[in-house]
Design a protein around this ligand. Structure first.
Ligand SMILES: C[S@@+](CC[C@H](N)C(=O)[O-])C[C@H]1O[C@@H](n2cnc3c(N)ncnc32)[C@H](O)[C@@H]1O
Length: 183
């Protein structure tokens, strides 16, 4: 859900059918065209396209993957952790088949976060999550550290090094990944 770069092809080995959905239906033809270009026809045919709003889903699935979606849906300035909890709970209880899984992968707060926010990197209010910022999950993993594209490789590598060094000690994570199962 919230497709752009599209994980759908990666999910084909896991399911008979994969639903690739976006909030803006106008984004779907481009995503479909890329799948048709990159995938063998029999695989491309197994991907279905839909418009879905994660705050108002229609349907039930065995697996839902949300990559870099929740941070934009629940922005820091107009949403609370309770709102996030309500969205996650609604998805798990009302939109997963029994035994179904919800996997979320988002941007996390690393040790550099206050510095980045201080220099205006977070003006759009995109929410960067703390490790414990989600409803208790069946599993939760965190990935390494931040990289900054334009500021130049040198600054980027130096900051990345500091991040790798300090983040583990401060209980931060750059990419929290949570797994929820509807038993
Ligand atoms: C940062 S992009 C991530 C795109 C893609 N998942 C990826 O990882 O490359 C955020 C995506 O969230 C989608 N989005 C924003 N609000 C949404 C909502 N309420 N329901 C579903 N998707 C939403 C946007 O359309 C956009 O495609």
């Amino acid at each position: 859900m919230g497709a752009k770069s599209s994980l759908a092809p990666l999910l084909l080995p896991l399911a008979e059918q994969v639903e690739c959905s976006a909030l803006d239906p106008a984004a779907l033809p481009l995503i479909r065209a890329r799948h048709v270009r990159l995938l063998p026809p029999d695989q491309a045919r197994r991907i279905h396209y839909s418009r879905q709003d994660v705050r108002n889903l229609h349907g039930r699935w065995d697996l839902i993957v949300l990559k870099s979606v929740l941070g934009g849906v629940h922005r820091a300035h107009d949403s609370t952790p309770a709102d996030l909890g309500a969205t996650l709970s609604d998805i798990v209880h009302n939109h997963l088949e029994t035994g179904g899984w919800l996997i979320t992968l988002d941007n996390g707060r690393t040790v550099l976060e206050p510095l980045l926010a201080r220099f205006g990197a977070r003006r759009n209010g995109w929410r960067f999550f703390r490790r414990g910022g989600f409803l208790p999950a069946d599993a939760c993993y965190g990935f390494g550290a931040t990289r900054l594209g334009r500021l130049g490789r040198l600054v980027d590598d130096a900051l990345y090094g500091i991040d790798c060094l300090l983040t583990p000690f401060l209980g931060c994570t750059a990419g929290p990944c949570t797994f929820y199962c509807r038993f």
